[in-house]
Design a protein around this ligand. Structure first.
Ligand code: DGJ
Length: 728
């Protein structure tokens, strides 16, 4: 049983293989957070103690008992306007202008399997090994109820959470903030790890000690964004890759978000996360409810590496969906960096033919095939094939590619509209713009009002008819700007604060319709590379173009940051030309392939222009991709170095049975009078003997504890792969 309720003490116990989470509905009905950490045998109500804390007031019904204050007790879902001065989980107002929410426990339900969230992505569980707890809470005065959901996934040490707020009264309720979850860590020092970034340099890793200064990590861009990923880790300040307690918190959400962390006056650290409250105002009429996006929590007592591996397994099994979670992903060639908008049938078939000859399995036609889209200033929304440019129909092009033995994929950017498009001329009100004000443009484009059914119907019809017209196996779903001017011509004045979230819901709805109608097609998410690299998008598209930056050296750190939370299978990663189009850096061809192989592999260049020697290298890379596919996609990922901490980056993938491992090393900088480079390999069986490709044989213990010198001859930006196979 993953979920237990100790009736007498009113304690809820959520248990996974390596974690335990406890909470108690106390005698006043306040739902207190008791404990989250390593499995414990008993209950932990002894951790709660009451003290008279000056300037931390007491609920009226307990006013004779000054030792009880909502301001200091650890809570499961913090209240609003009734004396807890820390971060609120909810902010609202009633018709009479009052704003209090003081939730008290009513009842609970326990179910087998994972809960669903209507209209939003949520962790799924086909095997029915998870359990769901729903705790019903109600305000002490107003007709408002909150249900707290907990999904327990025992094998991956994951607990999911969400909250539903219901207006069960007669009057309107206005919501200004509705978080998915808060967690109060009553004691202990913590570091916060998070992933800031920018376009082309996403998911850098920052780490800071949590103190009394409030930390608000967020995106106000309407998307989860390049600038901050909706994922954090709270850990012991001494925690590292292989030791220390770590807790991760991630949102299954692709819109603007906020995650805040702060130590309070008495040392409790509150983590609170959910939809970005800035510009969020949601009206709840009588009988209506609002559900927050799901949050995913994971715990590891053994450091960041183990935490990441649990998350990788969880994302692969319980977030990503579709046939490509089991089916081998084809190596693709994408024409974007080879041609940009400047292509015709001859160029495309030339690239495809050269790719087919080298063993590449799918050709993806990127931006520029529709409407009058010959540059990035026009055409978005006009999803009509430009047959003149393609020298015929999409079906005919796909057939030509198929005849070469390759699958065919196509780029779309559904959520956008260009001012210079037939769609905008016909429906100017479909673009998000404020009355009387010219909108802010991003890449010269505007954002479609995805909250509108007719907009989504138009997109579904157009996209479907193209997908039906040709043998298309893959769609790259792009989104190339931050959202602004979030005003909908279709909503009344008092509902404009709903536009950002309605946009996200509308996008999810369209993604759901397309993935259900075309289950054979794999969607690769993209938002100028990694601008929506989140669990919400991964629910619809099992891989995401990780960054527009294909510079292999920069990619080692982008992929390092991504690996904290996301598995290799989700990382779209390509070999591109040098000098690199983003950084102008020149990196050996082999290195580019070694880095791209730590992801869903492909090429992004005109292969016709390669020398014979380079073509031979591509053939070899294709061979290695196939050789290592199962290991890379199903194995356990280990970070062996961190960016900036060594003169090289190294990572490793070990098969579940520990009989195979692949270590990749990239030299990121070179210095005079260089010291030898060593790595301690991880995750092997200490008793097993492993053979390296140079014929040497070592015990796992020797490779892990003593280590291995790394190819001393490697020069700047060179790379190697070390393949280890157990002798059995
Ligand atoms: C941004 C993407 O990240 C690129 O790969 C490419 O698809 C362009 N958009 C096309 O406009």
């Amino acid at each position: 049983m993953a979920i237990r309720f100790e009736e007498e003490k009113r304690i809820f116990i959520l248990e996974t293989a390596g974690s335990c989470y406890q909470m108690q509905a106390d005698e006043y009905g306040v739902l207190l957070h008791l404990y989250y950490g390593r499995p414990v045998k008993g209950t932990t109500e002894h951790l709660i103690h009451h003290e008279d804390v000056a300037f931390s007031g007491n609920p009226y019904d307990l006013s004779d008992y000054r030792k009880y204050s909502l301001d200091v007790l650890p809570q499961e879902f913090s209240s609003c306007g009734v004396g807890d001065y820390r971060e609120k989980s909810v902010e609202l107002a009633y018709a009479d202008g009052s704003f209090g929410l003081d939730l008290r426990y009513q009842s609970y339900e326990i179910h087998k399997g994972a809960y669903k969230i209507e209209g939003m992505p949520a962790a799924h569980d086909e095997e029915g090994k998870s359990e769901t707890l729903i705790i019903h809470m109600k305000d002490t005065v107003k007709e408002v109820e909150v249900d707290l959901y907990y999904g327990v996934f025992p094998r991956q040490d994951v607990i999911t959470r969400t909250a539903v707020l219901r207006n069960v009264g007669e009057e309107k309720v206005t919501l200004y903030k509705m978080m998915s979850a808060n967690i109060d860590f009553q004691y202990g020092e913590k570091d916060l790890i998070y992933l800031p970034g920018k376009w082309g340099m996403e998911r850098k890793v920052e780490r800071t000690y949590v103190n009394h200064a409030a930390i608000h990590l967020d995106s106000r861009r309407g998307t989860s964004s390049h600038h901050m990923n909706p994922s954090v880790i709270l850990c012991d300040p001494l925690a590292g890759e292989d030791a220390g307690e770590c807790y991760s918190f991630q949102l299954v959400y692709s819109g603007g978000f906020q995650i805040s962390v702060q130590k309070d006056q008495r040392g409790t650290i509150r983590l609170c996360g959910g939809i970005q409250p800035d510009q969020f105002v949601w009206q709840l009429n009588a009988g209506e409810s609002f559900i927050a996006p799901q949050a995913v929590l994971c715990y590891s007592s053994d450091g960041l590496g183990s935490l990441s591996r649990k998350l990788h397994r969880f994302v692969n099994k319980h977030i990503c969906r579709g046939i490509y979670m089991k089916k081998k992903r084809p190596i693709l060639i994408n024409n974007w960096e080879a041609t940009y908008f400047d292509f015709n049938l001859e160029k495309l078939t030339g690239i495809a033919a050269s790719a087919a000859e080298l063993g590449i399995e799918m050709m993806v036609l990127d931006d520029g095939w529709f409407g009058k889209r010959n540059n990035d200033k026009c055409g978005l929304g006009d999803w009509f094939v430009n047959e003149e440019k393609l020298g015929g129909s999409m079906g005919a092009l796909a057939e030509k590619i198929n005849q070469m033995g390759m699958k065919f994929g196509l780029w779309f950017e559904p959520e956008m509209i260009s001012e210079d498009s037939d769609l905008y001329r016909a429906h100017p009100d479909w673009a998000l713009t404020q009355p009387g004000r010219k909108p802010n443009l991003g890449r010269s484009q505007m954002v479609l009002d995805m909250g509108r059914q007719e907009v989504r119907d138009y997109l579904f019809e157009q996209i479907s008819s193209i997908l039906k017209s040709a043998n298309i196996s893959y769609v790259k779903w792009d989104m190339n700007r931050s959202i602004s001017d979030a005003y909908s011509a279709a909503l009344p004045v008092d509902r404009q604060g709903e536009v950002y979230h309605r946009f996200v819901l509308g996008t999810y709805d369209l993604m759901e319709r397309i993935t259900s109608a075309f289950p054979e097609i794999m969607i690769e998410g993209c938002s100028g590379g990694g601008g929506r690299y989140d669990l919400g998008i991964m629910y619809y598209s099992p891989q995401i173009w990780c960054s527009d930056n294909t510079d292999a050296i920069n990619r080692t750190s982008i992929q390092y940051g991504s690996s904290l939370f996301y598995p290799i299978s989700t990382v779209g990663s390509h070999v591109s030309v040098c000098p690199n189009h983003q950084t102008r850096r020149v990196v050996p061809f082999h290195t580019r392939a070694v880095v791209a192989m730590a992801g869903s592999f492909g090429y992004e260049m005109d292969l016709q222009k390669l020398s014979e020697e380079e073509k031979e290298q591509v053939r070899e890379q294709v061979r290695l991709y196939h050789k290592y596919y199962d290991l890379v996609h199903e194995g356990d990922y280990y970070r062996l170095t961190a960016p900036g901490k060594a003169s090289f980056m190294a990572w490793e993938i070990v098969s579940e049975d520990k009989k195979e491992a692949l270590v990749s090393v990239v030299i990121t900088e070179i210095e005079g009078n260089r010291c030898p480079r060593w790595i301690q390999i991880k995750g092997l069986d200490p008793e097993m003997q492993y053979e390296l490709e140079d014929g040497s044989v070592h015990y796992g213990s020797d490779l892990m504890y003593a280590g291995l010198p790394v190819a001393p001859a490697l020069k700047e930006y060179e790379a190697c792969q070390i393949y280890l196979k157990a002798l059995i």
